[in-house]
Write a protein that binds this ligand. Structure first.
Ligand code: MOS
Length: 760
């Protein structure tokens, strides 16, 4: 392989930075109208009346739609939705079907007008009266009403409940503390938007800012009562998602609106709506207890999370990493979840591990200090090469290398165990570290590869590039698998009419689509070889398939490269203008999250894929190291440098991979130091509603970030050997920073974000 791994710049990068990449809201249509949603101004209750007389009189208004006159959608039915591949909705709620209000900001009506401004003006003219009910808006207040969920996404949610009390009490050393993390919002650069275009009443096209064209198509088709192949979802470029771009109400709302006015309609969410209508990471209160023997070996690990949900079974699974990391004879992971009248919590970059590693990895640091052990050595002493719950070996095991290499690169040996020993002027300097981890997912995927006689290659799959590099790395894989240059390869993704691929979530895109792309190329080369073998004027005529290999756009006899035949010549002589092959691959003992792959019938059964989830546990691991400078006078914390060493399997592109980790670390710096959505408790109204008050890191907050990859292919996940990389970068970051703050100041901060008030 010569292209795979190279630090090629993103092939969509220039389009994006020059404004030539077309985002959902930019697919303007002839005769297009604009929709502006009306949002509930109470947290809970019923709509008593809607007076739309004034709104309707506004200039340009085409329609005002509420529960009274909206198109009826097929009701929610989880069993039937799962069958239809339509289960992955953001919230268990449909737009404008009833008069109930579940949270402030809920879409309760929509105004359609000739222009955006007209729709927006008219939307504020609706007079809505409510019958208000008492709302639950605050986590701490509502915790007494919390319930213990039985399941989380098919797994037992309560593990070994109550079983660690005795072993913890009997441990030579114990730590037992509470940690909290705030509600956070994804805030991708590109706000959500959808343009709906009906073709008659049976066919619909949605230009949608989504992480998954396939699931969005399946879900929209389900609720609108259409055939999935008649709902085309298009999203060639997406400006970030971080988990927020699943299917939310506005996508169905705009389909309803477009049908009502028989015109294409655009609906673009405002930044304020991004706080209430497209998910968030729920706040957590976590309690972690660790026990060890006198030598520092863990004897018990307990991790309990209190959190909330609304209109969903999803809750922030902060105990996930506590089922994966470290040897311990017994571990307990439990949850209490209450319901709050807030927009629905959802997946957000490393859901679970992001707040979860803050608590666990802070507790590990606290225990290391209690034991007077170096935090790196403490973790190495408790390392496990096996999944502690399932007993399977991890598919690759380089976490100890991550610790050692990270410590070396960072200069960890200069750290003093006792806090407050390093200072420069008024700055207290500290070093901290933490473990990173995220599951290595893989799903079924289909990829179609077309070779034309002039040497151009087209690669097609219904995958997505949310800014991660999908276009680029896919071209690299196909370039190697066919022996053609990257610049001859045209990658087409982000369209549900292409062969099925999983949504760009769960860090699984690379692991899922690359095996299929490679398989399609293998089949394509076989087809070329068969043509050459059968052709009397080919130098490969009459040879056996096994003798033939490929290089630089030609087939060659292995070991006798003078006997070769150009792809172009083979095709011309066979009078073929193109050869097209589609392949579907899947992890052999699946199931994973899959979408129906009816759009690609593999020409032959894919060969055995070697992702054996019955034998191996698939996880990525890493080590995070931070240096912080704490201003003694103001309590401000600056991250001065950061080292991240990651084992994520094969690196498909050194540059895009590094960018993913840098992005994750920056996201983690945000979570550690500044991100927090604040609510007005009276109405559950988010008061941090813009990027001026919902703080995220800017250039001055971001230090040099040293990223190093172990880079060894995972021999078990697929023939490619790459695991996902989108989410692991954020995990462990806030703990590494909080641990560094302790090392700098001697103050243990257990509540994120680490704002200056907490240090003074
Ligand atoms: Mo990610 S939170 O699975 O988009």
């Amino acid at each position: 392989m010569s292209e795979t791994g190279k630090p090629i710049s993103r092939i969509d990068g220039r389009l994006k930075v020059t404004g030539k990449a077309t985002y959902a809201a930019e697919f303007n249509q002839p005769n297009m109208a604009y929709a502006f949603p009306v949002r509930a101004t109470i947290a809970k209750g019923l709509i008593a009346s809607i007076d739309d007389a004034a709104a309707k009189k506004e200039p340009g208004v085409l329609s005002v739609i509420s529960y009274k006159n909206a198109l009826r959608l097929k009701p929610m039915d989880m069993q039937a939705q799962m069958k239809a591949g339509a289960a992955f909705v953001g919230e268990n709620l449909l737009p404008l079907q009833e008069n109930k209000v579940h949270y402030l900001g809920q879409f309760i009506a929509v105004v359609v007008a000739e222009t955006y401004e007209q729709a927006r003006t008219a939307a504020y003219k609706l007079k809505i009266r409510y019958t208000e009910e008492k709302a639950a808006t605050d986590l701490k207040t509502e915790l007494p009403n919390a319930k213990k969920p039985k399941m989380f996404m098919g797994e037992e949610a309560q593990v070994n409940e109550g079983k660690t009390a005795a072993p913890l009490a009997a441990s030579a050393h114990q730590v037992n503390h509470s940690y909290s993390t705030p509600t956070e919002h994804h805030h991708p650069m590109e706000p959500h938007a959808t343009i709906a275009v009906w073709d008659g009443s049976k066919k619909l096209t949605l230009y949608d800012a989504t992480q998954g064209v396939g699931i969005t198509s399946a879900i929209a088709a389900y609720f609108l009562g259409l055939q999935p192949e008649n709902v085309r979802v298009v999203a060639p470029y997406v400006g970030g998602g971080f988990g927020s771009k699943g299917l939310w109400l506005h996508t169905l709302l705009v389909a309803i609106a477009a049908k009502a006015v028989s015109r294409p309609v655009k609906l673009a969410l405002t930044r304020q709506m991004m706080q209430t209508n497209v998910g968030h990471r729920a706040a957590t209160i976590q309690r972690v207890a660790l026990g060890t023997d006198t030598a520092g070996k863990l004897s018990a690990l307990r991790h309990h999370t209190d959190s909330y949900n609304n209109l969903t079974n999803f809750f922030e699974p902060s105990g996930k990493q506590s089922l994966v990391l470290y040897q311990a004879p017994i571990r307990e992971v439990t949850y209490n979840v209450t319901t709050l009248n807030r927009g629905t919590p959802t997946f957000m970059r490393a859901p679970g591990e992001t707040p979860g590693t803050f608590a666990l990895e802070s507790a590990m640091d606290e225990m290391a200090y209690e034991l007077k052990m170096d935090p790196v050595e403490f973790r190495i002493a408790n390392h496990t090469a096996k999944d502690p719950m399932k007993g399977h070996d991890f598919s690759s095991d380089f976490l100890v290398d991550c610790y050692r290499i990270g410590a070396e690169r960072f200069g960890w040996s200069a750290r003093s165990m006792e806090p407050g020993r390093q200072r420069k002027g008024k700055y207290l300097i500290g070093y901290g570290m933490a473990t990173a981890t995220y599951p290595g997912g893989r799903s079924a995927a289909s990829v179609k590869v077309t070779l034309t006689a002039n040497g151009d290659v087209t690669v097609q799959t219904a995958s997505i590039d949310i800014g991660t590099g999908t276009y680029t790395v896919l071209a690299q894989t196909v370039a190697d698998a066919l022996g053609v240059p990257v610049d001859r390869i045209d990658v087409k993704i982000g369209d549900s009419s292409l062969p099925a691929a999983p949504l760009a979530g769960g860090s699984q895109t690379t692991a899922s689509i690359h095996p299929a792309a490679m398989e399609a190329c293998v089949l394509l080369r076989k087809e070329l070889a068969a043509l050459a073998i059968a052709d009397p004027s080919s130098k490969l005529n009459g040879r056996r398939l096994e003798e033939i290999s490929y290089t630089n756009g030609k087939l060659v006899i292995t070991g006798d490269e003078k006997k070769s035949d150009d792809y172009a010549d083979i095709m011309k002589r066979a009078k073929r203008t193109e050869i097209e092959v589609c392949a579907t691959t899947q992890p052999v003992s699946g199931p994973g999250m899959t979408v129906p792959s009816a759009l690609c019938t593999p020409r032959e059964t894919p060969p055995e894929q070697n992702s054996d989830i019955k034998q191996y546990a698939f996880h990525s691991f890493g080590a995070q190291f931070a240096e912080v400078w704490v201003d003694q006078d103001f309590g401000t914390i600056r991250v001065k440098r950061f080292t991240s060493v990651q084992d994520v399997g094969r690196i498909m592109n050194e540059k895009t991979a590094r960018s993913q980790i840098i992005g994750g670390v920056i996201f983690g710096i945000g979570a550690a130091l500044m991100e927090s959505t604040e609510y007005d408790k009276r109405w559950g109204n988010p008061v941090t509603r813009t990027l001026a008050d919902y703080h995220v890191p800017v250039n001055l907050d971001v230090p040099p970030i040293d990223v190093h990859f172990i880079g060894k292919p995972d021999p078990h996940i697929s023939p490619i050997g790459a695991r996902g990389i989108g989410e692991i970068g954020i995990t462990g970051v806030s703990a590494a920073i909080a641990n560094a703050v302790f090392n700098a100041t001697g103050k243990r901060l257990r509540d994120l974000p680490l704002t200056p008030d907490k240090l003074l």
